[in-house]
Design a protein around this ligand. Structure first.
Ligand SMILES: C[S@@+](CC[C@H](N)C(=O)[O-])C[C@H]1O[C@@H](n2cnc3c(N)ncnc32)[C@H](O)[C@@H]1O
Length: 250
């Protein structure tokens, strides 16, 4: 990748020009230090285009962050609804209910949305806050460290973005059931119903292999969007409420 080549072009002469093997060895060493699979490191600029400006990830975030181009697309769709709800009396709130390292919160904030970002791990909140500073939009995000399942019982929000844990890097091994999502005693369907009680405008980010049969009786219209990255199906996004059927240029 371009970033690697820049590093290796330093201090080179005719004898020590790096080979692809050297490149792989150094990348492997980096991955060993970080405790991650090489395939995640290789994709770091897909996760955050501003990676080289000091983005930080912990082990869980490496495999759970939404790639930037998909997060940006989510934000484009939400921002149109947020703009339509804005008035002199009301500043719409977008709740990123599982903010992780901030992949989605940052994109919402870059679209001038007023974001409340929640995660139940203090270290993850610290990382997301740091990453939002790298993108220069920390001022548009309020971070809360807490349990989203509890928060949904009393929070007010105009748009809710759900990106709960998918159960680790092996979620893609076989068909993914919404029951596999477990958030403080709520499965994936129960979580969605809780969010829909707060607002009709919900986005749900799910694995590419998700089985949607259990949504047949959900009782509200929804749009199913398949998200491709590099020609491969990466994820499925569900849209509810006013977010259904919007066209987007991204
Ligand atoms: C898939 S990651 C979110 C990734 C995020 N969309 C991004 O792009 O960076 C899910 C996050 O949910 C958090 N989480 C798990 N259970 C939670 C709970 N009960 N309440 C709040 N956050 C929770 C995890 O700590 C993890 O950071």
């Amino acid at each position: 990748m371009k970033g690697d080549l820049v590093i290796f072009s330093q201090n080179c002469n005719a004898e020590n020009v790096p080979t692809p093997e050297d490149s792989f060895e150094i990348a492997s060493a980096t991955c060993d230090t970080l405790g991650i699979d090489y395939k995640y490191w290789y994709q770091r600029h897909r996760l955050f285009k501003k990676w080289d400006l000091g983005i930080t990830l912990d082990t869980e975030a490496w495999f759970s962050v939404t790639p930037e181009v998909i997060a940006e697309h989510h934000a484009v769709r939400c921002s149109e609804i947020a703009a339509s709800l804005r008035s002199s009396q009301h500043c719409p709130v977008t709740l990123d209910a599982f903010c992780g390292a901030g992949g989605n919160s940052i994109q919402f904030a870059l679209k001038n949305m007023n974001v409340v970002a929640v995660d139940n791990r203090p270290e993850t909140i610290r990382i997301a806050s740091h990453n939002s500073k790298v993108y220069g939009i920390r001022h548009n995000i309020d971070f809360i460290c807490g349990d989203t399942a509890r928060l949904l019982q009393y929070v007010n929000a105009d748009i809710i973005f759900l990106s709960p844990p998918w159960g680790g890097p092996h979620y893609g091994d076989k068909t993914f059931s919404l029951d596999q999502i477990q958030v403080s005693g709520l499965n994936g369907i129960e979580l969605l119903k809780c969010a829909l009680q707060v607002t009709r405008n919900v986005i749900y980010y799910l694995p590419r292999n998700v089985c949607l049969h259990s949504l047949r009786n959900i009782g509200v219209p929804l749009e199913v969007e398949r998200n491709f990255l590099g020609g491969k199906l990466k994820a499925v996004t569900l849209y509810f409420g006013d977010l259904v059927g919007q066209t987007s240029s991204s």
